[in-house]
Design a protein around this ligand. Structure first.
Ligand code: SF4
Ligand code: SF4
Length: 85
């Protein structure tokens, strides 16, 4: 997966109804040979409108989960029970 995931369109499911193409607020989607295609990925804002609207569940928007590093503990964060004798 790339650093910027993009909507994935399953062409086996897509019936070419054109709904996602009509709904896409940035005109990132188009249709080629009767199937929806992300023609302009650079325009996609990842709004999820296409995924929500597709009646065939043909569009999936993968998300990257980035785990943050826990903040370093400062000495003052120590509980009294953790104090050295
Ligand atoms: S809404 Fe779904 S079925 Fe219709 S064109 Fe888009 S991807 Fe294909
Ligand atoms: S996620 Fe939004 S901007 Fe991106 S292709 Fe789908 S409808 Fe268009």
């Amino acid at each position: 997966m790339t650093a910027n995931p993009l909507p994935q369109i399953d062409h086996d499911r897509c019936t070419g109804c054109h709904l996602c193409v009509d709904l896409c607020p940035t005109s990132a989607l188009g249709q080629v040979d009767g199937k929806a295609v992300l023609l302009y990925p650079e325009l996609c804002t990842y709004c999820t409108a296409c995924e929500d609207a597709c009646p065939e569940d043909a569009i999936a928007l993968p998300f990257l989960i980035v785990l943050a590093k826990p903040p370093a503990r400062k000495p003052l964060d120590r509980k009294p029970s953790e104090e050295k004798p």
